[in-house]
Design a protein around this ligand. Structure first.
Ligand SMILES: NC(=O)c1ccc[n+]([C@@H]2O[C@H](COP(=O)([O-])OP(=O)(O)OC[C@H]3O[C@@H](n4cnc5c(N)ncnc54)[C@H](O)[C@@H]3O)[C@@H](O)[C@H]2O)c1
Length: 272
């Protein structure tokens, strides 16, 4: 039996269901959730009696409360998944996550899984093995917004008893497309495994965990994912290593986020 396959998941809401990660999560949960509620500001089509589609913006907290009524858990993936202006990131990622957590509290949802990002620690150097409880070191404004996302989750867990898992997703791709992915790849199968574990792990208050495949070259520790969520990833980007140059400058040093970090990556989004 696959890891975690025995658990029944109840009624689960997926925000950002129309995005890149959403469909993988939807497919992974469809067999074991009693009902899936698919929320996005873009249109999503419900498939059969076990799904409901809700077109809503995470800015609309009342719509979120209505969508969350009766739900056991929310997987929150809606947001800006890239560098952007600070105002856009505050609105969509920070205010949007506050609205999701607050709507979950009002609707008495038990658990929320937050789509966080490895970019909360993207400025650690590549030769540093990062544990999830080390101080944040965001590589840009997007990373800062995810630090705030995690802080909101921690506060809702401590203050209101909401069970919160912040999954610091690696690079979600069918297969690695750039050198950095040899360290950061998150395969669709492992993504599904981490999300299922985040929904079913017992005794959760607040957990922050890297969701990354078992890449031989990874620089993030699996503490949290393995020990607290009970999921051990299975894929390894090493089988794609021949597609990339061994002496790529990425491996020589610099931030873990590579070209996604640094002034040149941020300044286009900073208005002067
Ligand atoms: N894809 C990755 O490799 C990766 C890595 C790290 C973290 N993440 C995080 O995982 C989550 C999902 O990522 P993704 O790659 O699927 O992103 P995506 O951009 O493909 O999808 C995001 C979805 O959110 C929806 N959305 C955006 N703003 C919204 C709003 N205001 N109200 C309602 N819906 C809104 C979009 O319509 C879209 O369908 C994001 O929070 C992202 O930051 C992704």
């Amino acid at each position: 039996m696959d890891q975690g396959m025995e658990a029944k998941l109840g009624r689960v809401v997926i925000t950002g269901a129309a995005g890149r990660v959403g469909p993988t999560v939807r497919t992974a949960l469809s067999g074991d959730a009693d009902h899936l509620v698919l929320v996005d500001r873009e249109s999503v089509t419900a498939d059969g009696e076990n799904e409901t589609a809700v077109k809503a913006d995470v800015a609309d907290i009342d719509a979120l409360v209505r969508a969350f009524e009766g739900a056991d858990a929310v997987v929150h993936l809606a947001g800006l998944a890239r560098e952007a202006s600070f105002g856009e990131l505050l609105d969509t990622n920070v205010q949007g996550t506050f609205n999701v957590l607050e709507a979950a509290r009002r609707a008495s949802v038990r658990r929320v899984v937050l789509g966080s990002s490895n970019r909360v620690t993207g400025n650690y150097p590549i030769h540093h093995h990062v544990f999830p409880d080390e101080p944040p070191r965001p590589d840009g404004l997007y990373g800062v917004s995810k630090v705030a996302v995690e802080a909101l989750g921690q506060m809702y867990a401590d203050t209101f008893g909401l069970e919160v898992v912040a999954l610091r997703l690696g690079s979600f791709e069918e297969e690695p497309t750039e050198t950095r992915h040899l360290a950061t790849w998150l395969s669709p199968g492992d993504c599904a495994g981490f999300v299922r574990a985040a929904l079913t792990a017992p005794n959760v208050s607040f957990v922050a965990a890297y969701a990354v495949s078992a890449n031989a070259r990874r620089f993030w520790d699996l503490t949290g994912g393995e020990s607290e969520l009970g999921y051990r990833p299975v894929d390894d980007a090493a089988r794609f290593a021949a597609n990339f140059a061994d002496d790529d400058p990425f491996w020589h040093g610099g931030p873990q986020s590579g070209a996604y970090a640094g002034a040149d990556a941020i300044l286009p989004y900073v208005e002067e």
